[in-house]
Ligand binder design. Structure first.
Ligand code: C2E
Ligand code: CA
Ligand code: CA
Ligand code: CA
Length: 279
């Protein structure tokens, strides 16, 4: 094992070898965890700033690992993406999010849009369209109450293919949102090419709004850009009343963040939704 060259060196590195083994174990456990119903979703409210009403929820996946307890997506999504496990994970998330939203509607709660995160690898997979159809069909949820969130990383892959798939989604009434807007290098290319309904300003631009005039200028500009393009604009990571007031002054339509509500279990979310029932 001497002449394998630089690219293969990591295989024999004492520091990374054990981590590699753990990753394999994690993928195996994740596959089993999906089958054993160890995954669950939390829901974070999205608020219409003018009315103060909940208009949507973002579904965020969590995993109750039998030994390690509750894991956040940061601890397993990347590995799922690299190994292809994201396809079955994503399918589970789609089904569960649609089922839950339909259950809220059937319980007489206000109708909201449920937003599901779709990773670049899911988007490349041919099965995504049929997975989405099947989740809507099985749950009975109307397509207009489902939103797919994706990041601009799709742009650097196959733009034409991505646009064609997005147009298929739009045709059946599904909403499309670009997530983490402004964090990559191709945000404007994504705006130019993709048939979007919504733009989500990344939380890194919201965090320091109170202290940084430059961030205020950027956020103001993104909001008016979104408005010019006829997109709904959501500010993510809104944690304070001051941030919210600033966003309102810029006529930002929607917010999402700890200030209004953290991601929460379905039963807690449904109580919150029930309290905001329209008169
Ligand atoms: P994201 O799509 O940008 O989701 C927003 C993240 O910001 C969530 O973290 C949420 O809990 C957190 N957040 C919300 N409001 C605030 C706030 O006011 N302050 C701060 N500091 N954070 C806030 P979470 O749940 O840990 O998810 C992390 C990422 O994992 C997500 O980022 C998304 O990229 C990915 N993810 C989550 N669920 C799924 C899923 O079902 N499928 C896929 N493919 N990715 C997912
Ligand atoms: Ca998201
Ligand atoms: Ca985001
Ligand atoms: Ca993100």
């Amino acid at each position: 094992a001497k002449n394998l060259g630089r690219d293969n060196f990591f295989i024999f590195d004492r520091e990374t070898a054990p981590a590699g083994v753990n990753r394999l174990k994690l993928v195996e456990e994740l596959r089993r965890g999906i089958d054993n119903n160890e995954l669950f979703l939390e829901y974070q409210p999205q608020i219409d700033l003018m009315s103060g009403r909940i208009v949507g929820a973002e579904a965020l996946v969590r995993w109750t690992h039998p030994e390690r307890g509750r894991l956040m997506p940061g601890e397993f999504i990347e590995i799922a993406e690299q190994t292809g496990a994201i396809i079955s994970l994503g399918r589970w998330v789609l089904n569960e999010a649609c089922r839950q939203n339909k259950a809220w509607q059937d319980a007489g709660l206000p109708h909201i849009t449920i937003a599901v995160n779709v990773s670049a690898n899911q988007f490349r997979d041919k099965a995504l369209l049929s997975d989405v159809f099947s989740a809507l069909d099985t749950s009975g949820l109307d397509a207009r109450y489902l939103e797919l969130e994706f990041t601009e990383s799709l742009v650097i892959q196959n733009v034409e293919q991505a646009v064609a798939l997005m147009e298929d989604f739009r045709r059946i009434g599904i909403h499309l949102a670009i997530d983490d807007f402004g964090t990559g290098y191709s945000s404007l290319v994504a705006l130019k090419n993709f048939p979007l309904n919504r733009l989500k300003i990344d939380q890194s631009f919201i965090r320091d709004l109170e202290y940084k005039e430059s961030d205020r200028a950027i956020v103001r500009a993104i909001i008016s850009l979104g408005r010019e393009l006829g997109l709904n604009v959501v500010a993510e990571g809104v944690e304070t009343a001051k941030q919210q007031a600033f966003l309102l002054s810029c006529r930002c339509e929607t917010t999402q963040g700890y200030h209004f509500g953290r991601p929460m279990a379905a039963d807690k979310f449904s109580k919150l939704l029930g309290m905001t029932r329209t008169p």
